[in-house]
Design a protein around this ligand. Structure first.
Ligand code: SF4
Ligand SMILES: [Zn+2]
Length: 402
């Protein structure tokens, strides 16, 4: 009797919108070492803050939902927000994510020594706390009443465009993502004075999509980012892949979401760049350069802001920009059309194919460094754990002894 040969297990590669698409866009080689090699970065400042601010917003929303009438804005930091922060910090610690010193004070009043803080007067409202407070008090009153679903898991399947038998691993791949917030809006109950709806309704392209709807209900896809607003261009005429990738992320979420059965038509995506609410001195330095070179889409328009930015020097106070400008820079609106979704999906397919090509190349030649695209950008490289071995920046960085 002939025994049948067990066929090879059929794997469907899984790609996540943040973990794969965005990391690969930043630098292919760094992505290979970090994500596919499962080596977490050793200085995960952005990783920690990203998780922290998501946790804080989520928990603040849950507290608000229990009793909206009793939840008054603005929330006091020491009396109300600090409890949330400490809960989130405990959860992150349990996952092995420790708060970076000088960004967050992890102590309460019972701590008698200075620890890693400037003095022993704990708790200190350091930068992470200032941003958490600003995020809750600026966007919470407008956002929380609009939230329909938080942390919505999405998954879908796509054909691997450009698939070659014997080269690539599979003919299909799956896309996964978690949307921070889905807002379901009914035109019948348009909230008066809601700042987010004001931004939506006054955006001409989004307004046109809403006016064209055949139903009274629509959705908004919302994503929080614990980072500053990226510039549209890296230098004059050179588009910033990160700026574009954030748009694709939201558009792909919208596509995945529109295939779920309880979904209404998503008309817009909103990304909140929460660091913009309280920029650091480095952030203001970067903004100054971006405004001068016309790389960013939101520049100061008032005379006061223009002057403040012009006169700003390294070492000046960091809180020079008006609340209005900081608010505008913290919100990005993305109209969702059939066409823009298709473009983002094609772009996503293209990135997946590039990654699959790199995997196939690496399997053939065995050298990681030669098979993955490098994207040397000063900021990414300085924070990169692999800069000493990376061919793209050879000799630029040296081992520094403590
Ligand atoms: S040093 Fe720069 S180019 Fe090299 S892997 Fe790291 S981020 Fe990429
Ligand atoms: Zn402290």
């Amino acid at each position: 009797m002939a025994l049948s040969v067990k066929s090879k297990p059929y794997i469907i590669p899984e790609y996540s919108l943040t973990g794969d698409l965005l990391s690969y866009q930043a630098c292919g080689l760094q992505y290979r070492y970090q994500n596919r090699g499962a080596l977490p970065p050793s200085t995960p400042v952005q990783l920690w803050f990203g998780e922290f601010i998501h946790g804080v917003m989520e928990e603040a929303y849950k507290t608000w939902r229990e009793d909206p009438m009793a939840f008054r804005f603005p929330r006091g930091w020491k009396e109300e927000i600090r409890v949330i922060e400490m809960n989130v910090n405990r959860r992150l610690r349990a996952k092995g994510l420790l708060p970076p010193p000088r960004l967050f004070c992890p102590y309460d009043e019972t701590m008698r020594t200075q620890g890693l803080c400037p003095d022993a007067n704990h708790p200190h409202p350091l930068l992470a706390s200032q941003r958490a407070e600003a995020a809750i008090n600026t966007w919470g009153p407008h956002l929380f009443p609009l939230i329909d679903n938080a942390e919505v898991k999405l998954k879908g399947c796509r054909d691997m465009v450009g698939y070659q038998s014997g080269v690539h691993r599979a003919q299909t791949y799956s896309v996964t993502g978690v949307v921070d917030v889905i807002s379901s809006i009914s035109l019948e109950r348009a909230e008066m004075g809601n700042l987010i709806l004001h931004y939506i309704n006054t955006h001409p392209d989004i307004r046109a999509i809403i006016d064209d709807l055949s139903s009274l209900n629509y959705e908004i896809i919302i994503d929080y980012k614990g980072m500053r607003r990226p510039p549209m261009y890296l230098s004059p005429g050179v588009p910033n892949p990160t700026w574009k990738a954030h748009e694709w992320q939201v558009l792909t979420y919208a596509w995945l979401r529109s295939h779920q059965k309880d979904a209404h038509r998503p008309v817009a995506g909103i990304i909140f760049y929460l660091n913009e609410l309280i920029p650091s001195a480095d952030d203001i330095g970067d903004l100054k350069k971006e405004v001068k070179d016309r790389l960013t889409d939101i520049s100061p328009t008032s005379r006061v802001d223009k002057q403040a930015l012009e006169q700003w020097r390294k070492g000046s106070k960091k809180s020079v920009l008006s609340a209005n400008l900081r608010e505008q820079r913290s919100i990005r609106l993305i109209p969702i059309t059939e066409e823009s979704q298709q473009q983002s999906l094609q772009a996503f397919d293209g990135v997946v194919l590039e990654i699959e090509d790199s995997i196939a190349r690496e399997m053939r030649c065995g050298s990681i460094r030669e098979c993955w695209r490098q994207n040397p950008q000063e900021k990414t490289c300085t924070a990169c754990d692999f800069k000493l071995y990376c061919p793209a920046v050879q000799g630029k960085y040296r081992v520094s002894l403590p």
